[in-house]
Design a protein around this ligand. Sequence first.
Ligand code: CA
Length: 255
Amino acid sequence: MVHCHKTETRVCLFAPRRDACNEGRVTAKKQILIIEDEPHIVLGLTDALEFEGFSVVSANKGKDGVVLAKLHKPDAILLDLMLPDTNGFKVCEELRRWDAFVPILMLTARSQEVDKIRGLDAGADDYVTKPFSVGELIARIRAIFRRAARPNETTPETFSIGQTTVNLTTHTLTRGGKTSQLSFYEVELFRLLNERIGQPVSREEILQKIWGIDGNPSNRTVDNFIVKLRKKVEKSPDKPEHILTVYGYGYKLAP
Ligand code: CA
């Protein structure tokens, strides 16, 4: 069964957060798709996201979620790992077959690194482990749209790393005559590293700016993403020449 939450115009009785209700008045609302079978989580997230000025659609089965994603073309997707009809990894792979770019955050009761890596391989961008704080999740979603909405005048649309050309506008990467699609987080990570080319960028800054997570040294999200990017641009991903590790700090892009 598919639930569609009709969005409504909300009056901000409280001091509105900068880009919540205000943004909703001038631009189309960003839409979030929730694929999750636990009704209280769907309700809680829907309320919180609508209050923040997003519109929300939700499905409690993976199959329905894919149908809704194709129908609504949401701006971001929250995807539960354990669904009644299938698992989130499979849903994620299917979503990625038709949209390489849309940010996908997995909601999961598990926190094992192996699951995170499997999720990233399936095309997920981030993990939120249950029970999670709604405030933290919203901070992550806000980070997505803050980055996506930022002015882009000084940044070149394409840049080269070794034999690879990255196009930030078309979200593609070309290497050896082959072009592949990049996800939102991959584009943003490339963009941030390229803005500071030749200089180290700390893990904490990357987490904060791209994932909207306050620096947590045990968080492996950035490192896992770097592994993905290296596979795309490095001749030998184990001996990187372009996406360099700055030990105990973060990463640096070398053209
Ligand atoms: Ca579930």
